[in-house]
Design a protein around this ligand. Structure first.
Ligand code: SF4
Length: 330
């Protein structure tokens, strides 16, 4: 059980041009200590606390000590912490504080490995900084996760392939994928309003997220989250980009669509097919608002499905006497 506590923009000495944590965390006016107490009050089962939002590595060590001291009276139930941060600045003192306080997992934000894009979105670090932090923190015994983005200004398919290659090489314990969203009152919104940033088509960004997700699946790397945390404030403040309240489902159902399309190529001109698949995969075959079914219909294909004992992600397609077996990771 991870209990999230948000630290909007703590330690963010530079603002990434797309970010407005006030909308995303929607935490109101309560102090950090009040939020800690209300998240943990009355809890008896052991839990892990997730410190999210902000850049913990950017906090002065004394402030970081004070932050952890807010948990002193809850140490009986808080067994460990995970946190998200940029990979810089990497200070010995910070690392020592995190170790002393039982931090287990560190999620490092690396929206892209393309340094020119990192500079353009004002991340104030390079891909090399990520590699250095990854090696040092791994050596110190922390488990490491990575946070990626898709749809950034100037991003190419090659950049996504580089993200995938680095993910496979670094083998994080899990990843998160965030599609770029243009939020009002951000520098990105100004660029977008002037026409200086024109997002790629939604479908293309979705395919990029799918490429990362699918490769994570193939290499047994967990994907714990896809898409921005949804709340009413975010919805009101979205001006453009790739926001969707069910983004993670869109990614998974697109992956299923592509897998079925790939398997169909192994059949000889089918007009009617039955897809035999795990019961829980049926919504992925159908798609958001039956979008996948519409695509099959547009291909002139009549489709039925049957639940079976297939493992998740695996399926069979039967058409008359023809039959193929496939899976989403094929
Ligand atoms: S994305 Fe993270 S590091 Fe960048 S401004 Fe937002 S909270 Fe700070």
């Amino acid at each position: 059980m991870v209990v999230p506590v948000f630290l909007p923009h703590s330690g963010c000495n530079e603002r990434c041009i797309y970010c407005h944590q006030g909308y995303i965390t929607d935490i109101g006016e309560k102090s950090f200590k009040e939020r800690v107490d209300s998240a943990l009050q009355g809890r008896v089962e052991p839990c892990e606390v997730g410190l999210f939002g902000g850049n913990i590595f950017g906090m002065e060590p004394a402030s970081l000590e004070r932050l952890f001291s807010c948990f002193d009276e809850h140490r009986g139930v808080v067994k460990s912490f995970r946190l998200s941060t940029k990979p810089v600045p990497l200070r010995d003192e910070t690392i020592a504080i995190l170790k002393r306080n039982g931090v287990d997992i560190i999620e490092l934000g690396i929206p892209t490995f393309n340094d020119a894009i990192l500079a353009a979105v004002n991340r104030a670090h390079t891909a090399r900084d990520l590699f250095l932090a990854y090696e040092r923190l791994g050596g110190e015994g922390f488990r490491l996760a990575l946070q990626f983005m898709v749809g950034l200004p100037g991003e190419s398919q090659g950049d996504i392939e580089e993200t995938v290659a680095n993910m496979i090489r670094l083998r994080p314990v899990y990843i998160r994928i965030y599609p770029l969203v243009v939020l009002r009152n951000t520098p990105l919104f100004a660029l977008y309003s002037r026409g200086d940033f024109v997002p790629i088509p939604f479908d293309e960004a979705l395919d990029r997220a799918c490429l990362i997700y699918l490769n994570a699946m193939k290499h047994n790397i967990d994907v714990v989250n896809v898409g921005l945390t949804d709340n009413e404030m975010v919805r009101d403040m979205v001006a453009g980009g790739f926001y969707h309240p069910a983004y993670g489902f869109l990614v998974q159902s697109r992956i299923f669509l592509r897998a079925v399309e790939g398997a169909l190529k192994r059949l000889d001109g089918p007009k009617e097919i039955t897809v035999i698949l795990h019961n829980n995969d049926i919504p992925l075959l159908v798609g958001h608002r039956r979008e996948n079914l519409s695509r099959f219909a547009a291909m002139g294909l009549k489709l039925r499905w049957e639940p079976s004992g297939e493992r998740r992600g695996a399926f069979k397609i039967v058409s008359g006497t023809q039959r193929v077996e496939a899976s989403v990771v094929d």
